[in-house]
Structures are given as C-alpha cells and as structure tokens.
Ligand binder design. Structure first.
Ligand code: GLN
Length: 242
C-alpha cells in the first residue's frame, strides 16, 4: 500500500513549519509499512491533481495569498473544485483553508477571489486571533480533541450547509464568535491550526490517513503506534489551556 501525497504551494504556503505535517503523515505511514510518495506542486507547476491520494496545503500571509492568485486561476481552481467533489482528501491550513473558500477580503479592503470549493468566505478584522487553542472534532472527523496554534486576522464564515471541523474549546477558531473551527466537506479537512498540528494530534492524523487509504483501497486498517510521546505533548498543552 502507498499514498501519493501532493504538497500544494510549498513555496508560498508554509508558515510555522506547516510542511512538518507531511513528514508526520509519511512517517506514520512508514512505521506501518505503508509507502508515502511526496510531490511538491509550487507556483507554475502543472494544474493536474490526477494520480494523487491526498493533498496538503499550508498557510500563508495575505501577501503570499495574493501572490498565488494568478497561478490559482490558471487551472488549479477548476482542478481543485473537481477533485474535492470527487472525494480526494485535502488537509488545508489557515491561508490554504481560506483559499478553498469563495473569497478573502483583507482588513484594508483588498479582495482575493478564491475558488469556492467550500461554501465559506473570510473577512479580515482588526483583531489578530493568535495563540494556542483547542477544539473538539465533530463525529465526521473522528471526535478527537485537537490542540493547535492559530494566527489569523481573517474571520471565516461557513455557509449554512457546511459542517465545521470541530467546536472551539479555547481560543478563536473560525471567527471568535460562533464557536466553530475549520470546515469539513466531502473528504476535505480545513483548519486554522498551524505548525505541528498532526504530530501533536495523532488521532486526527490517523483519521485523515485512513480516509485516504479507504478511498484508494476500499478498506484499510492502521495498526496502533506507540504514541506516548505525542500524547504527552498533547495533554500538556491541553492542561495549560484549561
Ligand atoms: N492571511 C490570513 C489571515 O491573517 C491567513 C494567515 C495565515 O495563514 N496565518 O487571516
């Protein structure tokens, strides 16, 4: 068994070590004897997403989001929308998560027209929502409690039919107002949680890997790993947040 993982825009969307999530996914697969092949898709690369089993998109500041717009609308937008509808799993973080929505209007009034793969939009605010935070994933995302780090000025609002990834336990999440965090649609996992999201949250990592493996192979199983170090980091942060 093997997963072919696409790292989209590693050149511009890779804040706070977001790319470490790819290393985490690959390692957790390899520890189980499952292969992982990583392909980087920077600005200017071919748009096609065929042949991938999972797509990862990291976060970026307003500036980087504007830099990639032209490339996005040269075909990757259509390709991503079709892949999402086809059930290709995506993990998208912060700026990459906002990019899957309809648009982002920055606090100083500049509008980035994104792709509308998810029914959500984002509007910049005067508050930076920053810090360690925690949320409880919904049933359709495995139900685990996630500890993460967020840093965004954009407030994201989900369309009425779109499920959040989870419910905020502490911190801001999508907008600091409605208690929602991230978005969950088809096999897309969108979140504001940057940096070492997956190493500190092995249950969410395995849920995403299993989603990709089941889509590819019909049925799959992930043998449990020794997660004592990962869970100690997770629990320590949760304790501090409480
Ligand atoms: N530029 C976006 C915001 O501030 C996303 C930032 C990020 O990815 N950290 O809302």
């Amino acid at each position: 068994m093997e997963l072919r993982i696409c790292h989209m825009y590693p050149d511009v969307l890779n804040l706070y070590g977001d790319g470490g999530n790819i290393r985490c996914m690959s390692q957790r697969l390899r520890w189980r004897g499952i292969g992982a092949e990583i392909t980087r898709l920077p600005i200017g690369s071919a748009a096609s997403l065929s042949g991938y089993d999972l797509v990862f998109i990291g976060g970026g500041q307003d500036f980087e989001q504007q830099v990639l717009l032209e490339d996005l609308h040269r075909g990757k937008d259509r390709e991503i929308r079709a892949a999402v509808e086809d059930g290709l799993p995506f993990l998208a973080i912060c700026g990459g998560y906002q990019m899957l929505g309809s648009y982002y209007e920055t606090y100083d009034g500049q509008r980035c027209d994104f792709i509308g793969a998810l029914d959500l939009y984002t509007v910049g605010s005067s508050t930076r929502m920053i810090g360690n935070y925690s949320f409880q994933c919904g049933e359709s995302s495995g139900g685990s409690v996630v500890v993460g780090f967020e840093n965004h000025s954009g407030k994201t609002w989900l369309g009425s039919g779109l499920q959040p990834l989870g419910t905020v336990l502490s911190g801001y999440g999508n907008n600091g107002q409605d208690g929602s965090e991230g978005a969950r649609y088809q096999n897309v996992f969108g979140t504001y949680s940057h940096g070492p999201l997956l190493p500190k949250n092995p249950a969410l990592c395995d849920f995403i890997l299993l989603t990709a493996l089941e889509r590819k192979y019909g049925a799959a199983e992930l043998v449990p790993l020794d997660d004592r170090a990962e869970l100690a980091a997770h629990d320590e942060m949760l304790k501090r947040l409480r």
